[in-house]
Ligand binder design. Sequence first.
Ligand SMILES: *Cc1c(COP(=O)(O)O)cnc(C)c1O
Length: 428
Amino acid sequence: MLTRSKKLFQKAQKIIPGGVNSPVRAFKAVGGNPLFIRRGKGSRIEDVDGNTYVDYVCSWGPLILGHAHPAVVKAIQHAAKNGSSFGAPTEMELEMAQLIISAFPSIDMVRLVNSGTEACMSAIRMARAFTNRSKIVKFSGCYHGHADGLLVAAGSGAATLTIPASSGIPESCLGETIVLPFNDLQACTKLFSERGEEIAAVIVEPIPGNMGVVYPQDGFLKGLRRITRNYGSLLIFDEVISGFRVAWGGAQTLFNIAPDITCLGKIIGGGLPIGAYGGRREIMEQVAPLGGMYQAGTLSGNPVAVAAGIATLKTLKGSHGYGRLDRMGKLLCEGIRSAADRSTIPVRVEQCGSLFTIFFCETPPSCYEEVKNCDFEAFKRFFNGMLKEGVYLPPSPFETAFISLAHTKNDITMTIEAAGRVFAKMRN
Ligand SMILES: *Cc1c(COP(=O)(O)O)cnc(C)c1O
């Protein structure tokens, strides 16, 4: 008998491309049928067939408090009652800007947009406006949203050097984008020594999540800071995932590096659509109507999204939750590692606070080229095994999983036990 999820997916495929409104949701990498979700509460989600799962996707990062947190629901209801959009400034936008600026010492001014994609696209435009240069450098496996010039070697969908990760992108767009391997400071030094004066900005996920969690090697980010400064290029940290996730002030606080521009999204919208880009005052003064770089949005600073974001950030701050998130992350990942060891299946679990990825390989990958050598068939079997056990992991080997403050010790124990059973089955 067909499940309701299967029936809905069949219908959806006729009227929505691939049946989904964002590609990874289609479960293509794990060869299944996506679950249609009916509701979520705390760490759990329930599909339309009534099955419940411990959720480690958490809407791909925004839900650091878990699903339907009472403070966030209340803020959304209150804001919606007062009108959902005005296209005029509201006092709440100030509060949001203030929260972001106080968390990120490198940000003097901030502009709200509607998605992480818009934040990165605008950050690039601003860097070009400020430096009067056109070239940008990105790293393979880092994802910065789906703007044309950034959709090169962009994580899961991507191929090789300067080949777009998508059709429909003219070569002329990509001529301005230079792709380097992550963690390869030498390649970056060489590039800058040859054409540093043409480069407007280097954009990087300081802790990549879009090829799975990959650690920046000692000195890599500091090196990028030094090189860009020497050549008058800007350093853009895309902290759409890591902002307010790995620490209150993001990865830049953890590593004590001040980028020129920071991109934010995900958590700052508390589950509603939002993005932001901010940086040094002199750079942000490029943005219209103050400066000549145009960037706008009918729904930017949307009151409902901003209310959800403020409620999330305030609750997060009040919870002093980063210690807890890290402890839960360590507990879970240690448990999964031991379970994998017992099964002798080669597994590397990479974890940074509440972010983690289970790689099926011998050594922790340091760049996208190494991530691509992992055993994706093993991942697929693991994913589907875990799903049967009631654990919902990201349905792609190129993604980070997310733990929220709603996850309990019980959830973690249950997940470790499930992993043990799945690894044991995989060995047979
Ligand atoms: C999710 C993400 C984006 C894009 O954000 P959207 O809101 O999906 O447009 C950009 N950069 C990084 C690092 C992301 O993880």
